[in-house]
Design a binder for this molecule. Sequence first.
Ligand code: SF4
Ligand code: SF4
Length: 222
Amino acid sequence: MKTNKHKFSSAIREPLQHILQVYNGFSLPSSKIDCGEKCRSQNPNNKPFCCDPQFAVPILYDPEYTQLEPLTKLWLPSTTEKVSEDIPVGLSPHICQGPAACIRGFRSISCRSFPFFPYVRSDYTFLGLAVEWEFSNLCWLSGHLEQVDPKFRSQFVRTYDQLFAYYQTIFDNYHEHSILCRQAHARQGSYIDLLHRNGKRYRINPATEKNTLFRQTATSEQ
Ligand code: SF4
Ligand code: SF4
């Protein structure tokens, strides 16, 4: 049987039914630097790439949207069929009012997580944060992982520990997503950067899954 080896670390039961509590525990920005200002200038639409539906469409858990709908007009369901086909059951693409009208307290879990997803090893261990590889060329932060706030990393891990403890399907989806990540990096001949839950940073060989402690060099962190 597939199991999440990490134990539930907080007291929220059925986290997706208490979405504001989940948001409270996952409220910090990913970096103390305003990375949106770093990437906005690279986008012809003058928006951070992760807030521009031409590049990234946020997905919300169905109970997440159900609870947000009466509270805010920030979100509307998206009817983009192409995106709908690609995402797991229980999640739906949405559109927001855009960065100028963003309400931080009502950002989705996917907004809060970006550009990271919870990386799950093939033996079903949730190791830490890895970058959504399809955005690594666009997202400034994914090339500057040293700027990720350790407190954000802790909140990220705690949040997904809660979700995985209650929802096996979510855990399985990220196990699958991590397989796709390894396949993509293997094709590219690149390592997977991992912000480990232990606070360290590693590079993962996508073929062997062997971790190597990352050592910053003058050339690798330009
Ligand atoms: S997370 Fe990446 S894409 Fe989003 S604002 Fe920051 S640098 Fe830009
Ligand atoms: S809700 Fe805010 S953070 Fe999320 S995509 Fe929209 S503008 Fe960006």
